[in-house]
Design a protein around this ligand. Structure first.
Ligand SMILES: [Zn+2]
Length: 342
């Protein structure tokens, strides 16, 4: 078993190393160093990369990744866990979704084959990409605001081949929250832009099984234990750790299989009232939400055109504001129930 070496960082077997992936300069000259944590095991095994805070205000993923590092014993680990806990570091510091430096969404095509130059986010992406391209498996931790339920996103249409596709389905099953196949949504094919720019989708195209996880209570550490349990369960499924008591199915897991359908949008402005809880299955035609004016009179009722579940009621600006919404807001992100064993 050799030491793990990346740039200036060298981590001996059975130890945890901390370092940086490199640095980027901000406009006033301050250098930001991108943290890297490596849990290097004592026996040969896969290399799992974990990233968090690609969206800077989704700090729950940072909590989940750091809880995993605290939990893992490198003396019992087979293989290596690489953690980049704060990918969009400028956005983490600014408590913002996008980079405050260049307004870029770092869930974009900036990790692989990234140019060494480019904007601040592109430079950070290139640093992260240098470890992602070494990974055998990849998990990208995100979080949604309430009301939401935990889920994972599988960009299966991007998979390079059937083996990568199957390994991604296995990753999702191991993580334990309800997986949703994000391929070819019926209602809104362009939701949040083409999915093949997402880091995990890009990984799938490059032959690396990868999963994007949406935890809940994104701005707090409340849901970090669930994220850690999921990661531990993945490590167990990859035979990187021995079975432990922390390996369990998440209580929110829904039976059957699910595929992203699209988003319900508001036709009117007003106050958004949720009539069906996130994460609870519904039948076609179910009333999910109502929008009232400020007098309380219902202006629009939103029914689901398909059977399935809603994993998040974002409201204004993907939930970064409130449920007092302008017309055209994304009200409900819906996964459709599909045949078991599709
Ligand atoms: Zn996110």
């Amino acid at each position: 078993m050799n030491a793990f070496v990346h740039g200036d960082l060298q981590v001996e077997p059975g130890t945890i190393g901390r370092g940086t992936l490199g640095e980027v300069r901000l406009p006033a000259g301050r250098r930001i160093e991108l943290p890297l944590i490596v849990v290097h095991g004592v026996a040969e095994g896969p290399m799992l990369a974990v990233t968090a805070a690609v969206h800077g205000n989704e700090v729950v993923g940072i909590g989940a990744a750091l809880t995993l590092v605290r939990t893992l014993d490198p003396g019992e680990l087979r293989g290596t866990v690489i953690v980049v806990p704060a990918v969009n570091l400028p956005a983490v510091e600014a408590a913002s979704y996008l980079s405050p430096v260049d307004s870029m969404n770092m869930a974009g095509p900036i990790y692989w084959d990234a140019p060494a130059g480019g904007s601040t986010s592109q430079r950070l992406g290139a640093l992260v990409g240098s470890v992602l391209e070494r990974a055998d498996y990849y998990i990208d931790l995100h979080g949604n605001l309430e009301p939401s339920s935990p889920m994972s996103m599988m960009f299966l249409e991007n998979a390079r081949d059937e083996d990568v596709r199957k390994a991604t389905v296995d990753l999702a099953a191991a993580f334990g929250v309800t997986p949703v196949d994000m391929s070819n949504p019926e209602a809104h094919p362009a939701w949040l832009g083409p999915p093949d720019v997402y880091p995990t989708a890009t990984a799938l195209a490059r032959g690396i099984p990868a999963l994007m996880v949406e935890l809940v209570h994104a701005r707090t550490m409340d849901d970090a234990p669930r994220g850690c349990r999921g990661l531990l369960s993945v490590l167990h499924s990859l035979d990187m750790v021995d079975s432990g008591t922390d390996v369990s199915t998440d209580p929110t897991l829904l039976p059957g299989t699910h595929r992203y359908w699209g988003a319900l949008e508001s036709e009117v402005a007003g106050l958004l009232w949720i009539r069906h809880p996130a994460g609870e299955p519904f039948e076609e035609g179910a009333l999910l939400a109502e929008i009232t004016d400020v007098f309380g009179d219902v202006q629009q009722q939103l029914h689901s055109p398909v059977a399935g579940f809603c994993w998040w009621y974002p409201g204004t600006s993907y939930g970064m504001a409130t449920h007092a919404i302008p017309a055209g807001s994304t009200v409900a992100l819906i996964a459709r129930s599909t045949e078991v064993g599709r």
